[in-house]
Write a protein that binds this ligand. Sequence first.
Ligand code: SAM
Length: 216
Amino acid sequence: MRLRNISGSREIIGKSEFVVHGAEGKKGNWPGIFGNNNPIHIEIGMGKGRFLMDMAKAHPDINYVGIEKYSSVLLRAIQKMEKEREPLPNVRFIRMDAESVTDVFDREEVGRIYLNFSDPWPKDRHAKRRLPSKEFLARYDLILQKDGHLEFKTDNADLFRFAMGELDAAGWRAKKVTYDLHNDAEMMEGNVMTEYEERFSSKGNPIFKYVIERER
Ligand code: SAM
């Protein structure tokens, strides 16, 4: 997702209390940022932040960090937060390319990672940019607790097939998989919809999801 450049978005982001600035220096300091030792769950490529904020409301004892590459998109998440009656104390945003995620979180500092409707990058030469690629799984391996897991949802069959095919070589295994999330009672339990999920499921597209963990 890339929205039309909105003039002044960088300035608004620069002043926002919901955004963690200079996130690369925050490695190991997340309890200080949130003021507690609650677990940290992150969404990479959070878009306008609906999923992250709804999760934060449903789970006030978890700290949520949303990572988004584009200022124009992050601005929407900030605006959404500003519309809340009370800002959510357990949410922070970072504007960055997730390639640097290991500069932001320490080893095993993250309890769970969410990837929702990640950009497909359909050309083979761009496979490394796909967020469920083995290159990204290697980065997640460093920051995720040993017993932590990663959840990925998409309606893109090619991207899901690619993501499933990356697991073995990267040393991960699927704990749960569905090819039709919205008709899978067990995996739908506690499901929180993302903006893209709402849009594509309302068109009748099946939603694919896996939950993965490291091979032991
Ligand atoms: N997760 C949201 C949802 O499900 O509604 C948004 C999905 S949108 C298709 C993908 C988002 O991931 C875009 O906002 C895009 O800018 C962001 N993104 C893609 N690659 C990224 C990267 N390397 N680092 C951070 N954000 C990224």
